[in-house]
Each structure stands twice: as C-alpha cells, then as structure tokens.
Design a binder for this molecule. Structure first.
Ligand SMILES: Cc1cc2nc3c(=O)[nH]c(=O)nc-3n(C[C@H](O)[C@H](O)[C@H](O)COP(=O)(O)OP(=O)(O)OC[C@H]3O[C@@H](n4cnc5c(N)ncnc54)[C@H](O)[C@@H]3O)c2cc1C
Length: 372
C-alpha cells in the first residue's frame, strides 16, 4: 500500500494544476489517470493569456518542440450568414494541441504519476481513502472530467438530469500546399454561430494542423448540425481535403447552468468534474486550472483537517470567482440576447469585438488568477 497526502484522479489541466500547487505547498501527491500520456482530449485547444499567466508558462520554451499558435484576429459570424473580422495588435490567445499541452503540464507538476490506470475501486475507511486497493490518502481530488468517477461518488449522474454541452471535434495534419490553397489564416480562428444560437462551430488552424468542431447545449441533432456546418465550410472553401469522416465527441457542463456537489468529507471536485466551463464560450481550460489552484489552497490551509465543513470553503471560493448559478438558462448566449436581435449583433463589428470576443471569449476584463 502506497501512502500520499492527496490523490488526484485525472491528469488533465485541472488535475495537473492542482497537483503542482499541492506539491509546492509541500504535500505528497499522486495523480492517477486511466490514459497513458501523451493522450488526446476532444477540444479546440485554445487558451487565453490568463491561463498562460496562471500556469507561469514560458512560451518560448514551450514552443521549442510543440505547436503554439498565436492568435491575433477572429472571424465571427453566422453559419450561412454574414461574418466580420476583428484584428488585434498582439496575441490575444494561443492555439495548443491538447496531446502536447496536457502531457507537458502533467510532467511539470512534480507529482507521482500512475497513468494508464483507471480508478477501479474507492473506499473511505477511518478518514482515509483507499484507491484501487493499493493507494491511500486522507484527501481525494476528482479531476476526471465530465464522467469523473469521484463526481459520481458525490452523487453526479452524467446524462441524467443534467443538460450538458455536447461537441464533436477533429484535429488533423494538413499538407502545407493544401493549406495554402484554403481560405484559412493561421492567426485567425473562425467562429460561426447557429441561427438559433444554440451553439457554434469553429475552424482553427494551428501551424500545419486544422481543428474543426461544433458544440451545442443538449445532445439533440448534434450529428446533423455538424454535417450542416461542414457543408457550409466546404462552400466557403475552408474544408481541407482529408477531413476525417468521423469526429470524436465529448460532453461537459457550463458553470452557472448546472450544479454538482463539489465538496464532501475528504474530497473536492475540480475542472469539468465540477462542471465549471464558461457559459458563453464553453472555455473550460481556464476554469479547470483556476479551480485546481483554488482547491489546492483550501487543502493546504486545512492542514490535515479534511472535514466537509472545512472543505466547503472551496464552494464559496468558486462562487466568488465564477459567480452565482443562473437557474434555468440555456443556449450559448444570455437569454436576453437570444432571437432576432442576436442574429444582427453577431455580425456587427463593434459588438463582435467588444462583447463577443473581448468579454465572452477572452474574459479580457477578468485578470489572471495568481498561481501559488
Ligand atoms: C469539442 C470541445 C472543444 C473544447 N474547446 C476548448 C477550448 O478551445 N478551450 C478551452 O479552454 N476549453 C475547451 N473545451 C473544454 C475543455 O476541453 C475542458 O473544459 C477541459 O479539458 C477540462 O479539463 P479537466 O482537467 O477538468 O478534464 P479533462 O481534460 O477531461 O481531463 C480528465 C482526465 O481524467 C481522466 N479520467 C477520466 N476518467 C477516469 C477514471 N475513471 N480513472 C482515472 N482517470 C480518469 C482522463 O483520462 C483525463 O486525462 C472544449 C471541450 C470540447 C468537448
């Protein structure tokens, strides 16, 4: 039996950020992940400068052997409708490949790793968690994404009673000559909203890779919505030859729309396991990293007293950071903006820049959280 101060289940951005912060606080940490790393994750792979700052990433070092695509413009519009371009003087975001990014963060965390090993059993005995009958720790962090087994242990029922965002995405290498013939700029991701504003599709070039996907709230007709979007890209000369026939899918929860229990006796949930993605953009890497850092702070401050009352402080910190839940809201845009008004606003240059891109997608007015 191996013993640690904390076991983190899931080695994505949430788990690795939490593990790193716990290591920095002097705790012994193990990250358990069912996947062998490097592993891919269904994602557009776009991170904001605040994520880079909180993670303390050295971009030059990161880019030496990995894809790092600076973003200095956006093309936004409606599928089969008008679009508008906005350019910026400096990078306002970055494109990364999740197979590289997550691996880099996990290795850098300094935690002990048990990768390629799923959580098979979980038991709490006399204030200590027993994991897979071979690992023990008084503190457990659930960072296993939307279907996290630790979240289920706390009562989450993914797919039952929760309205998730469902999305499909494919990322693939494209021959540079083929890329040159397409109307796709590497520094300018393109975002196209559905007319009913229930979601949006994107096409995003990162170096020689192209990432295409579509996400919407609820799972109805995701396949046909994606087909429609691919047809639109084809008509606009933006669909590379060799685009895969099958797009893998995934689901996750938008913060404020759903509420999972996120803390309990000796346990906290972070990232997608806690359902924390930003409601308008679906950005979840930032909230994964920030919740990981917040959880680590609460665990370190608890100094071994992991009762549910002490750990409930984490839920309070989440509300302080990300706001109070909005019951009953749906769609990617605030309800007051849905309908014909939103259709017109999406293709308006001022609205697209100041509200859609800067406020809802970049959260430019929300400074980065300081890493510990
Ligand atoms: C199509 C799509 C596009 C997206 N695009 C973006 C984007 O561009 N930018 C952005 O910020 N966000 C984006 N998101 C959201 C973002 O991907 C997630 O919010 C983010 O990955 C959450 O990180 P996490 O660490 O919580 O979970 P994950 O990254 O999902 O990591 C969870 C880890 O837990 C492991 N795990 C799962 N089950 C078990 C188990 N039983 N035992 C052990 N380990 C387990 C998994 O192997 C995985 O490594 C997108 C999501 C989707 C679906």
């Amino acid at each position: 039996m191996e013993s640690f101060d904390a076991i983190v289940v899931g080695g994505g951005p949430a788990g690795s950020s939490c593990a790193r912060a716990l290591r920095q606080a002097g705790l012994g940490v193990l990250v358990l992940d069912k996947a062998g790393f490097p592993r891919d994750k269904v994602c557009a792979g776009w991170v904001t400068p605040q994520v880079v700052e909180t993670l303390g990433l050295n971009l030059a070092d990161y880019a030496r052997s990995r894809v790092l695509q600076p973003i200095t413009a956006f093309l936004t519009g409606l599928i089969d409708g008008p679009s508008v371009e906005n350019r910026f003087d400096e990078p306002v975001s970055y494109g990364i490949r999740r197979c590289e990014f997550d691996h880099y963060l996990l290795e850098r965390s300094g935690a002990s790793l048990a990768t390629g090993e799923p959580l098979r059993s979980l038991e709490r005995r006399d204030g200590v968690w027993l994991v897979n009958e071979r690992l023990r720790a008084p503190m457990l962090v659930g960072a296993g994404g939307h279907f996290c087994p630790v979240a289920r242990h706390l009562g989450a029922r993914p797919g039952r009673g929760e309205v998730a965002v469902t999305a499909k995405e494919a990322e693939f290498r494209v021959d540079p000559e083929v890329l040159a013939a397409l109307d796709l700029e590497a520094e300018r991701p393109e975002l196209y909203f559905r007319r009913d504003l229930s979601g949006y599709g994107w096409v995003f070039r990162k170096g020689d890779y192209v990432n295409i996907g579509l996400g919407r709230e609820g799972s109805a007709q995701l396949g046909s919505a994606l087909e429609e979007f691919l047809g639109f890209l084809q008509r606009r000369g933006k669909l590379p030859q060799g685009t895969p026939a099958q797009f893998p899918g995934h689901a996750y929860l938008l913060y404020r729309r759903q509420h999972r229990r996120r803390s309990g006796e000796g346990v906290l949930l972070i990232g997608d396991a806690a359902g924390l993605a930003y409601p308008q953009s679906g950005e979840g890497i930032r909230t994964a990293v920030e919740s990981g850092v917040l959880a680590a702070g609460v665990i370190a401050d608890a100094a071994g007293h992991y009762d549910s009352a002490t750990l409930a402080r984490y839920e309070h910190l989440l509300r302080e950071r990300f706001g109070e839940p909005e019951q009953g809201a749906t769609g990617v845009l605030p309800q007051r903006l849905q309908g014909w008004l939103a259709e017109r606003l999406i293709a308006n240059r001022w609205f697209a820049r100041r509200v859609l891109i800067e406020r809802w997608f970049l959260h430019a007015d929300e400074p980065a959280m300081k890493a510990v």
